[in-house]
Design a protein around this ligand. Structure first.
Ligand SMILES: [Zn+2]
Length: 352
């Protein structure tokens, strides 16, 4: 049993070899790497505390140490300058930016060493006293939108945090980033025809029965979404077209993406959910979502999938793990659930 008396523990007094590592994966951590992870988590915890003491406006502190595949470590904390999300950056994104800039500067000085930027580890801590840690910490959906790309992350990227779940003993939790991300194998498509094959997963079948959604209703949603997608002329700046429909009560709302600039746009699913929130005076319960995203041919960029950022907002209250998700894929229509699409976020119920 490890005794940890307060959040500013003297790491030298802790026998790190005795600290268990908990993981869904069969993850073997060599002793020196485990020790390094422990110290980095502790240092990040200290920074998160200081961030709150220095007046971070959310009164919540998070900090992350990231390690690149070149074994460069960078630390970052959450920066909440106003209550607007555009002026906020989470700890992990802050650390990633620091690491990215470091890698670019290194390349600028020594181009002969090449530029190969991948994040190997994210060590995430919060300001919560180390005696009171309970659940493991994972990135929020805004961060997952960032992390959902092969450019800077890969199948081995691992997230560590302290955890004390159930028995109260301090442990290191290890989770592969891919476990938190949406389906990695599906490819969205912009081709649709009325006789396209529809595949319904077992979980989705249960949800269709629960919400009384018929095959005809699925086809109506597909058609409405496709029409909105096909007729959308407002995405010429980014070249990325998206359309979404949502079923709530007995109503279907549909909208397509519109660009302000190349990277500023109105995300259609968030827009129609906001409209439905007003209509239902905040009592919105989403039964089904249909989503058409642009096909992507570049395997490094995963921006054709359902907006993880929007799913993060609606899952707080208005969607559930059994909300039906209808996706237009290359060779078929896939009817699945949000719980299957973004499983871990629903299982662990992490609140932003
Ligand atoms: Zn975040």
């Amino acid at each position: 049993m490890i005794k940890v008396n307060n959040s500013l523990i003297n790491a030298q007094e802790v026998d790190i070899t005795q600290i268990p590592v908990v993981s869904d994966d069969t993850l073997e951590l060599e002793a020196d790497i485990k020790s390094e992870i422990f110290y980095r988590l502790l240092e990040a915890h200290r920074l998160a505390k200081i961030n709150v003491q220095m007046g971070n406006i959310t009164n919540r502190g998070f900090a992350t140490y990231v390690c690149t595949n070149k074994n460069v470590w960078s630390l970052g904390t959450n920066f909440n300058n106003t209550r607007n999300d555009i002026s906020s950056v989470c700890g992990e994104r802050s650390a990633i930016l620091s690491a990215y800039n470091h890698a670019l500067v290194s390349y600028m000085k020594n181009p002969q060493n090449g530029f190969d930027f991948k994040i190997k580890y994210l060590c995430m801590s919060s300001n919560i006293d180390i005696n009171e840690y309970y659940d493991f910490i994972v990135p929020c959906e805004d961060c997952l939108s960032w992390l959902n790309t092969n450019r800077c992350f890969d199948e081995d990227t691992t997230i560590f945090s302290f955890v004390r779940k159930e028995d109260g003993i301090l442990k290191i939790s290890a989770t592969k980033l891919v476990k938190l991300l949406p389906y990695r194998t599906v490819k969205t498509s912009n081709f649709y025809c009325a006789d396209k094959k529809i595949k319904i997963t077992k979980f989705a079948n249960d949800s269709l029965a629960k919400f009384a959604i018929t095959n005809d209703l699925i086809k109506t949603m597909l058609l409405k979404t496709y029409e909105a997608y096909k007729n959308n002329s407002l995405t010429k700046i980014s070249g990325q077209n998206i359309a979404a429909s949502m079923l709530f009560d007995d109503e279907i709302l549909t909208f397509s993406k519109l660009d302000w600039t190349k990277r500023w746009f109105v995300e259609p699913l968030e827009y129609i959910c906001a409209q439905a929130m007003h209509k239902t005076e905040g009592k919105l319960q989403i039964k089904a979502i249909c989503y058409f995203g642009d096909e992507y041919n570049n395997s490094d960029i995963k921006d054709g999938v359902v907006s993880v950022k929007t799913l993060g907002r609606i899952r707080q209250k208005h969607a559930s793990s059994d909300t039906v998700l209808i996706l237009n894929l290359e060779n078929e229509i896939l009817v699945t659930t949000i719980g299957e699409y973004l499983p871990k976020k629903f299982v662990q119920g992490y609140k932003i």
